[in-house]
Design a protein around this ligand. Sequence first.
Ligand SMILES: [Zn+2]
Length: 489
Amino acid sequence: MAIDPDRHGGPVNRRYHKRMALRFFNTYSREIEEFEPRDPAARPIKIYTCGPTVYSRAHIGNFRAYIFEDLLQRHLELRGYKVHRVMNITDVDDKTIRGAREAKVPLAKFTAQFKEAFFEDIDTLRIKRADEFPSATNQRYIDRMIQMIGALISRRLAYQAEDKSVYFRINKFPGYGKLAHFDLTQLQSTGRVKHDEYDKEHIGDFALWKAWDEEDGNVKWDSPWGPGRPGWHIECSAMATALLGDQIDIHSGGVDNIFPHHEAEIAQSEGVTGKKFVRYWLHCAHLLVDGQKMAKSLGNFYTVPDILAKGYTGREIRYALMRVHYRAPLNFTWGGMKEARESLGRIDEWLARLRETAAKKIDEGKTAGEPGQQFEEALDDDLNISAALGFLFETIRETNRAMDENKLDAASASAWPDWWKRINTVLDLEAEAEAPVPAEVAKLANERENARREKNWKRSDELRDRISALGWEVRDMKDGQKLTPRGAP
Ligand SMILES: [Zn+2]
């Protein structure tokens, strides 16, 4: 049985006498720390999250991390913070180049299909879009990568080896290994440097710039060190600092990103700026399927469309991937999907019942408690979603019991849906409303559908805003657009 970090928050129904601060487990210190933005006056909170490498369709393990990041952003917003979040798209690396070569198509064409699939999936899962999704191959960021590599060389933190590639010199960066709590001597004790890495000074030195070779085909950019392409790690350092500045509040990703990727990001960014790059490092644990690591070879590898094809909805997948604390391993099972469906059914039924009760206008009898802050306070505690959901279902049980006994008055019956509306800004788990769509909204939605068919994303976003101004939210589902009234009860 794995350690379940969501238990550290104590029992589900504890009542706080005094509001405790928002706090997160910081991988860097390995401690729960109170969240203090870098500069409280300089809103918004800057968040950088490592996005997909678009060489295949993302799997549900990837989406577990993206849903955790969605929860993080939405909870910060519920607590009154404004958030500016950047998620990168890695569209050039070994895997994308190999995929394009095997498919015999240009790299950009190969990656475009997976970028599109990624956006389709995040919409299906109701994941709030980041403010920006920079692509590594954008010339603006390539220029920034080259500039950063040049700065690292001038500081003797990087060198060009005989193979023409440029490497980061990890021995010159004193903090290297601090994030992963990794002892560099372990690397050194492996002794002999492998034959194919004879050019590097140290086995742990990582590539900043990879010299072009035949396998790369026409994937190459000019640089002061000759034609080549960036290493994966420098892509993130360049995009993060280009869009968010030298210092950011929160950087997140999956635990498998800690080493070497995030360790390298710190070394590169701080090596260039001389400033502390990230205040809080948050990492999401693995997803297992039926207790095993997900692998194509084991036949337990699932994408979002794979699960939709089994008759489940995006809302149900969202719930199933969200309900376990982000630092605990999540075991995905079909039984768990069924439970997700049942849990959502209980929420739907409860909401419908509350609305009916509110309409009956019962004024006597006692109320079944007042909506408090317990849900938010559970999330303040390092995003303790299992405690927060535990509180939600306890509330459902209590109010249902009061309704069974005809003891819920109209005021309480309408106070709870208001409370739900507030917590649902974080959960986003309400069923699609079946409200009639006004003609004007339908017309704009049609225009938007056409714009999307023509891949005119700018126009599509404009139309989304106009639809939103009319009080409707448009979502892109697998089978087309879905319209829901914003703020519907
Ligand atoms: Zn990254």
